[in-house]
Write a protein that binds this ligand. Structure first.
Ligand SMILES: *Cc1c(COP(=O)(O)O)cnc(C)c1O
Length: 396
């Protein structure tokens, strides 16, 4: 069984997509893994196994340092199952940063919970730990923390704020659910992302840092009962309880194992480009580059800059147009407050917004294209385009 070889990977597209259609890339190894799964398929009379799923989960648990890893067929499903595992009453509250992927908040609403929006730390775009004390109530069942754009949130502070506020309120500590869809391979002082917190979800959608043939997800936890519950929910209750069908295929799992082995290399290339870009941009007037914090590994799913608050309104949008039209460099704004982009979220959180910090950050945020295969020349060109524009047109 032979499959066509992977095409050579370009380092310079004619127009840089703001968020490339694939976050990593495939090599001969993924192609070989696919061919092998197909060649090993048992005949229709044989017992079918999930050997590749088990291997991928074991490798993922070992990589993240979590006790258990359970694969599913998308990140969105992983979020839904995490909400189900909270076993909370309808109307229970889930605190989450307003600067977020809208799908993350839809999982909260879909589960029938009340979404409580919180402000970001403008330097990291992550949930500001100081917000916990302001937003927690006796009805808070969970804090849903997204590691935005590969920059890990301060889980240490979030956990301690949550625990001490819960003690003050006389309730058990709410659960920490982590959305690491954009942060596979990142680390916090608690260890690799995937350890720490109660439950962490990952996405292997094609755009993410690693992929399982375009769609896929994983949940990690140290709680054996929760891992078992997710396996039930994923496979029609395993004959014991409610559940549906949310498994990934053997082909996806086999490719996932290869991508996981390559994850650090792919991330290292991203990090090297991002650090070089930061070096080139440092000192550019009106621009704040993404910081890195001691004890944290930022994997730069996106490279986000903030324009200075002193610049006139609309500067970000003019810069965005100039990058696209004059330099063929795409950008994304990731992400505006979810209540600005999804009518259901806006309705469900009416009265809680506008949130001043989230609004301000979203008006100054820009993520110029980055990909691990970006050529050093294109990376330099991107930085120079930003610097030149801000020194000339932007200042005008
Ligand atoms: C992509 C993404 C998801 C959803 O993952 P899918 O696998 O696409 O369903 C959830 N949260 C964040 C932050 C994401 O970026």
């Amino acid at each position: 069984m032979t499959l066509p070889s992977p095409p050579p990977q370009p380092a310079s597209p004619a127009v840089w997509p703001g968020e490339p259609g694939m976050g990593g890339w495939y090599t001969e190894a993924e192609h070989a893994a696919l061919a092998q799964v197909l060649a090993e398929m048992p005949s229709w009379t044989d017992q079918y196994t999930r050997r590749h799923q088990e291997e991928f989960e074991k490798a993922f648990a070992a990589y993240t340092g979590a006790g258990f890893a359970v694969s599913v067929n998308s990140g969105g499903v992983a979020l839904d199952l995490a909400m189900t595992c909270l076993d909370a009453e309808p109307g229970a509250e889930v605190i989450s940063c307003a600067i977020n992927f809208p799908g993350t908040h839809l999982a909260v609403l879909g589960a029938g919970f009340r979404l409580v929006l919180a402000e970001p730390d403008p330097h990291t775009l992550n949930l500001d730990p100081d917000e916990i004390a302001r937003r927690m109530t006796p009805r808070t069942t969970a804090v849903l923390v997204t590691h935005m754009n590969g920059q890990p949130a301060d889980l240490v502070a979030i956990e301690s704020e949550t625990t001490s506020r819960a003690a003050a309120l006389g309730i058990g500590p709410p659960r920490i659910v982590v959305d690491a869809a954009r942060a596979a391979g990142a680390t916090t002082p608690l260890g690799p992302v995937g350890s720490g917190g109660w439950l962490t979800m990952f996405s292997f959608h094609r755009k993410k840092l690693m992929t399982t043939l375009g769609e896929g997800g994983m949940l990690t936890t140290d709680c054996e009962a929760t891992a078992h519950r997710i396996r039930q929910l994923r496979s029609f209750g395993l004959g014991q309880t409610l559940g549906s069908s949310h498994r990934m295929t053997e082909f996806q799992a086999a490719v996932g194992s290869v991508q996981l082995k390559r994850l650090d290399t792919m991330n290292d290339q991203r990090i090297a480009l991002a650090r070089e870009r930061t070096r080139l941009l440092t000192g550019t007037p009106g621009l704040h580059t993404p910081g890195e914090r001691a004890g944290y590994r930022h994997v730069y799913y996106l490279y986000n800059v903030l324009l200075d608050a002193a610049l006139p309104a609309g500067t970000r949008d003019r810069l965005r147009d100039a990058l696209r039209e004059e330099h063929a460099i795409g950008t994304v704004i990731a992400n505006p407050p979810t209540y600005r982009v999804h009518p259901l979220i806006a309705k469900a959180t009416a009265g809680q917004w506008p949130l001043p910090v989230a609004e301000d950050v979203a008006s100054r945020l820009l993520c110029p294209a980055l990909h691990p295969l970006m050529s050093p020349e294109d990376n330099t060109r991107t930085a120079e385009a930003l610097t030149t524009w801000l020194r000339t047109a932007g200042a005008a």
